[in-house]
Design a protein around this ligand. Sequence first.
Ligand code: GAR
Length: 208
Amino acid sequence: MLKVGVLVSGGGTNLQAIIDAVNTGVITNTELRVVISNNKNAYALERARQNNIEAVCISPKDFEERSMFNEALINKLDEYDLDLIVLAGCMVVLPETLIKKYPNKIINIHPALIPAFCGTGYYGLRVHEKVLERGAKLTGATVHFVDEGTDTGPIIMQKAVEVMEDDTPEILQRRVMEEAEWKIMPMAINLIANGAVSIVDGKVKIKK
Ligand code: GAR
């Protein structure tokens, strides 16, 4: 069984898609051990509780220094003996020590087709605002491994989504979630849980 911890910050619709996929057997061989949020009001925590998954809040606001928050987050994750950490709408910049401690064991969902519309400052609704500002006709979502850079790790899976002329950032965000994010994140976890994902020369290979 792949032991998974999920880091969240907000509504948790990606978390819900993962929970549903485990419950319906779309994801196999996987145990969701803990959900950790930096925001105590995140609805994602409620989703975890409703599904009998441990829900924990570790907020930088509760610590005098960032280093103390980082240490608390790492210690909490270590408690669960995790094989995979999933960033599902996690808006916290992860400490480098955590990334080094879990090499190729952290994955993230980004709401655009990397390497477009990604990097520092590109998160949440802002990504979709930028896509619309640029007049892009196609966007999508990407699941990738997390390395020390911002959105620079090996790409596991991507799905394209059309941009419509009268989209607002909110409408586009919803379409990207429905058509791409909620599908490719569960698929990627299932592939990892079943040993189908490897990294060769910095690129992901998927066993067919
Ligand atoms: C999702 O669109 C996710 O791709 C994005 O935040 C949203 C969280 O929604 N993540 C990032 O922008 C990370 N750079 P959710 O809480 O409903 O899953």
